[in-house]
Design a protein around this ligand. Structure first.
Ligand code: 13P
Ligand code: SF4
Length: 328
């Protein structure tokens, strides 16, 4: 197996050309993966790109639901996920009709709102409980869940998506923190699932306090997958690409970054005169980090791992994604 970095990069470029492939990478990917990618972005940007890109194959350096979205939006292209077991535990917290196994309690989460739906239920249960109420599915969901939902959203557009609907009540799945953040920013009633991202959930208010004490000049940015009590302490709450934009335009020189550490690579690269600190050193998504240059090479060389959503699911899931993409 080739391992030399320069050799691997050359081979990847050669195979990419031969296969008319493009490499899409999420902002959380390893530095060297972001470096070789044709496009790096947040979930919304990557979804928009997959639907417009001219190529024969898409190599997705990300997690499973992202490759599924690419397959839903580009059924004629070969979609490859670089690592077969790169999944998103939060996306796996909701199922259409078979409940997930409850393995974890929710440490530190003292008083879930009454409208929070516990994980032993299914998406079909919650829909039956609230007939006619539209389901807004975070893109961090399986294709099946998207197919059972009315519209998708990302962390960048959830409030806009909710506001675009005529309904006064909406069901948001699966991230309770993102839902509570949306509830803070809309007058509509948000009925939430109680999924969460283990990388963002671990940030506690004390972490924000400690980081501020260590870097008193720095502004705190936090991803809406963080707990609400953490978000309330942040200076700016936004998606990963929202953080990139804020860092560019803000006159501040130092920032504390409350999201997965992979984002620091682009923040530093694009803002060499500014300083970025991770809010917690352990904000690392093990699934995002599974992809390496070797995986990209093997993916292109051996045409692996093909992600293809079945046509019945794809057609319904596509409607949910298209409705989201149509919201300006
Ligand atoms: P965004 O890049 O859309 O902010 O999403 C973060 C995330 O956790 C993706 O898994
Ligand atoms: Fe899923 Fe969290 Fe990893 Fe994003 S950072 S892929 S939400 S586990």
């Amino acid at each position: 197996m080739p391992s030399d970095r320069a050799f691997l990069s050359e081979e990847i470029l050669r195979l990419k050309k031969k296969r008319r492939a493009v490499i899409l990478a999420h902002n959380y990917q390893r530095d060297e993966v972001q470096e070789i990618a044709d496009f790096v972005g947040d979930s919304l940007e990557l979804s928009r790109t997959t639907s417009t890109i001219d190529c024969e194959a898409i190599v997705f350096a990300g997690v499973h639901f992202m490759a599924e979205s690419a397959s839903i939006l580009s059924p004629d292209k070969t979609v490859l996920l670089t690592e077969i077991d790169a999944g998103c535990p939060m996306a796996d917290m909701i199922r259409v009709d078979s409940p997930r196994e409850v393995k974890t309690a929710f440490p530190g989460f003292k008083s879930p709102p009454a409208y929070m739906y516990p994980p032993q239920f299914t998406l079909k249960d919650i829909k039956a409980h609230y007939p006619g109420v539209p389901v807004v599915a975070y893109v961090n969901t399986t294709a099946e869940v998207k197919a059972e939902s009315f519209i998708c959203c990302t962390s960048a557009n959830i409030v806009k998506i909710i506001e675009s609907l005529p309904d006064e009540n909406v069901i948001c799945v699966p991230d309770r923190n993102l839902s509570m953040w949306a509830q803070r920013n809309t007058k509509k009633r948000v009925i939430s699932w109680d999924g969460y991202c283990h990388v963002h959930e671990r940030v506690m208010p004390e972490d924000v306090q400690n980081a501020r004490e260590q870097h008193p000049q720095a502004l705190v940015m936090a991803h809406p997958e963080c707990r609400l009590d953490v978000l309330e302490m942040a200076d700016y709450v936004t998606s990963t690409s929202g953080m990139l934009r804020f860092a560019h335009t803000s006159s501040a020189k130092e920032f504390i970054i409350g999201t997965e550490r992979g984002l620091l690579y682009r923040l530093r690269l694009e803002n060499p005169s500014k300083i970025f600190y991770p809010l917690r050193k352990d904000m690392i998504c093990p699934n995002m980090k599974k992809t390496t240059l070797e995986s990209i090479f093997h993916s292109l060389q051996e045409n692996r791992y093909i992600v293809k959503v079945s046509e019945t699911i794809r057609i319904s899931a596509r409607k949910s994604l298209d409705r989201m993409l149509a919201v300006p």
